[in-house]
Design a protein around this ligand. Sequence first.
Ligand SMILES: C[C@](O)(CO)[C@H](O)COP(=O)(O)OP(=O)(O)OC[C@H]1O[C@@H](n2ccc(N)nc2=O)[C@H](O)[C@@H]1O
Ligand SMILES: Nc1ncnc2c1ncn2[C@@H]1O[C@H](COP(=O)(O)OP(=O)(O)OP(=O)(O)O)[C@@H](O)[C@H]1O
Length: 298
Amino acid sequence: MPPPEFEMIQNINIDMQATEIAYAKINLALHVRSRRPDGYHALESLFVFAQDGDRLDGRVTESGAVTLHTDGPFGTEITEDADNLVVKAAAALRSYLGESRGAALRLTKNLPVASGIGGGSADTAATLRLLMRLWDAKIERAKLEELALTIGSDVPACLASTTRLVRGRGELLEDHDLPELAGAPLLLVNPGVALSTGRVFAGWDGMDRGALVADNLKELCVGGRNDLEPAARREAPVIADVLTRLAQCQGQFLSRMSGSGATCFALFETEDTMRAAAQALRAEYPIWWIMETRIRTA
Ligand SMILES: C[C@](O)(CO)[C@H](O)COP(=O)(O)OP(=O)(O)OC[C@H]1O[C@@H](n2ccc(N)nc2=O)[C@H](O)[C@@H]1O
Ligand SMILES: Nc1ncnc2c1ncn2[C@@H]1O[C@H](COP(=O)(O)OP(=O)(O)OP(=O)(O)O)[C@@H](O)[C@H]1O
């Protein structure tokens, strides 16, 4: 048995430092149903999350300030100041809680920025989870989702990062179980073009093409769509090449664009076929960003 002082120091260390993964978000289907009077769009989307993403490390500071350092492959593409969604989320939570302490945060940016896989939204949600742990805060789930929505439409779903049917602007969340998807090998491919979500939504043609039915995998594959794809392709025609190439990969059973693009995904029957596809694409398109991962099982 360690002496009591030692136990106490150990507990303090555990409480004061923490890590969260900001899991990449993928829209397996994204149906845009209408343009709302508030400027947002009413959506129906099946969200899944990859088991990988950005990484957020942090520790409590007594100074009262929140500081951010970024690193990783895309760390130089975002700021470390109040424009960073991590800093915005920390400020919003701190003010909501009336918290006097601060935090020193480090974000390892592994996901491309403005790429349709919710990097910024996942970072925001990871910040809220991490700081709630560090500051030992308890907030009712509905309240936390409300706070999350003030920062971005995708953030409420990113809080738990589990498979969900998402409606409204992004705030109406419903658990959705498709057992075939759990742990499925998942390839993410971005051709290196950043797209503005607002601009892509503005390019939607206003045509409601019908509800999303995702009661089983077949319906999702055959009847599911990404209604933002035509608008995203107009901004970045290379998306068509990514989709064509993914559809040709042996062993894939669903490939589509995610969110507002330009990242596209493919789901594979086996890890071996996913690896082979990744290898071939890397050889053919060395500038494309390619991530081999799996669908996260909570
Ligand atoms: C495309 C998706 O990623 C699909 O999951 C989301 O709908 C976008 O979520 P997000 O990046 O968190 O978006 P926000 O930061 O809330 O909004 C950025 C801009 O996208 C547009 N936007 C966003 C969400 C929504 N339901 N309708 C919209 O029209 C708005 O012009 C808004 O100003
Ligand atoms: N921590 C952050 N990570 C990523 N982007 C950030 C961050 N902080 C601020 N931003 C800004 O937010 C914008 C959107 O980034 P984000 O990565 O969420 O888009 P996205 O991946 O296209 O998301 P979505 O799937 O919701 O469309 C970018 O213009 C970026 O400069």
